[in-house]
Write a protein that binds this ligand. Sequence first.
Ligand SMILES: [Zn+2]
Length: 264
Amino acid sequence: MNAIELRPIGTVHSAEKSTDRMSLQGCCAVIEIFPEYAAALEKINENSHLWVLCWFHEARRDVLATSPKRVNPDLPTYGVFALRTPSRPNPIALSLVRLDKVAENRLFVSGLDAVNGTAVLDIKPYYEHDIVFSPRTPEILPLDRQMRKKALEKEAFLHHRESCAGLRIAVRMAQVVQDRWGKLNDDELYVAVTGSACLADVIQGLTRARIANPPRFCFQPSGEIQRSAWRKNDKVISLTWLGDGNLGRMDALPDHELFRIEMS
Ligand SMILES: [Zn+2]
């Protein structure tokens, strides 16, 4: 095969300089587009989210199969095309970022997992039709509970777009279920929510459970109770929020002080 010539169109400016410390959720960064490509940014501010393709120069190119050890050392081996690992024959990184601000030839973004100095190869807008609401994915869950919580919070915020009380309660409910049953986007998992629309929306976003085809989700609005009932095969977990509205203490309290937990 002939070699392909790529020219970086910009560079990443980030406070994070080490690939080892880069959060799996990415961080805030500035993408500086080189002046000769600045005209390609016209109207880019009409987008809230962008796909950013970078070149991960530090990555290994001789690895074809590996396991996502950083996420969980107990996970099995996958081919690199079945993972998002930086190690791959062509270390092209694909990140979905939020575009926070455009200032001349600089893009202020969040959620970029590229360290300072990374070469940017291309930028494309993220469109509505990029969404696959209920994709089938392998069970690659972080071993660390805090890491799992961060991932749930990010997913919840991407879906719901505000860090409201409903989101915080929903994330914690989802965490209780995930601790016991693993992956939440599971064809066999059904969930019924009674409570605020925000609670229902976030739980739907986290489980990807649709109301129909197949019916895996239902919602009963209520101003008095916040409850979710989860069913998988013949097991049921029901979580009823006991909180008095003091969400500030939530992280310090164990699950059973936040919820009445019924299991069968
Ligand atoms: Zn909300």
